[in-house]
Design a binder for this molecule. Sequence first.
Ligand SMILES: [Zn+2]
Length: 377
Amino acid sequence: MNSVFLYTPKFEQFEFSEHHPFKPYRAKMVYELCYRYGLFDYPWVSVLDPEPEDASEMLRFHSREYVEALRGANKGYFDVSMLNHGLGSSDNPVFKGVLDFSLLVLGATLTGADRIASGQADIAFNPIGGLHHAGPDFAEGFCYVNDIVIAIKRLFEQGLERILYVDIDAHHGNGVQDAFYDTDQVMFVSFHQSGDTIYPGTGFENEMGTGKGLGYTVNVPLPEYTDDDAYIRAFKTVYPPVVRAYNPQIVIAQVGLDTLKKDPLTNLRCTNNSFQEVISEIKQSNSKVLALGGGGYSVKDVAKGWTLAWAILNDIEPHDPYQGLIGGAMYGFETSSEELYDPPHRISENLKKEVDRFVDQKLAFIEKNVFPYLGIT
Ligand SMILES: [Zn+2]
């Protein structure tokens, strides 16, 4: 096995705005935690410093007008015409280097995709990628470039024809779903807080693809207050049979961690215990996994979770070289590797009944209406 972690200190030179919840410096926090816990100290692991992609690469998915609008916004000055492309909203502010940042994220994701496609790597992780909401002609939901759609299109060009995309971000991966809704070359599976209660208001169980793509989109909406138990049950009911039936050549996983109970933008109640189980399922499901960060706004918790994800993807245990030697916070915000793991969290019995009923209904719908298209009995 060979694995690559994509990271450059250039990521944290960018800031959407002072109070914007998307923090590019999350990438540095994950890098530093992985480093601290020895998760790069293995012969098969390399850390790559990605280069920005050329803007022309965006044209695989985005319109020329949109790329030009983003180029115009790159100096950081807003002009009202940019709003036609979603630029300058509070979600997607115009900031200095907005195009440079997008091309750097894209460069990192495509480096990971290329390494896997060429056989040089089996596992790649770009913690700042996974910008699943960006549309062909507009930015939305904190996403300016859809690195996922572009990576998939590039993999098509390299001859791949069965790509499974799994999205565990708390928000529905609408940009990716829309791009491949009518094809069977991408198996799209998304677990997310129901569009009834959160942005982007899509991803209902009856959105299941169209034409040749019918059955190749699987949406699992989850109710507010979904806990680890319900999450794992939903994931294990849907993901393993879908992977077995589809038999993908590669799995692309958007591993957003805004599912955590501490996340300020969502209403789920998960801990990183269910996250670890899900990452482990994803890792076991295919020898080739391109993992992309996505959302997650309780920044320290996200850094801890993604550090655990990197460990799981590499079959290694985090260990703390300083453990037992020193107390206090001198070596960073975690003082022992045990602190990477969240304590269990329980929701009330009444709430749990409601959550379970909701999830059971969605799972029954999917088993009855979507699985038959995939030959799952
Ligand atoms: Zn999200």
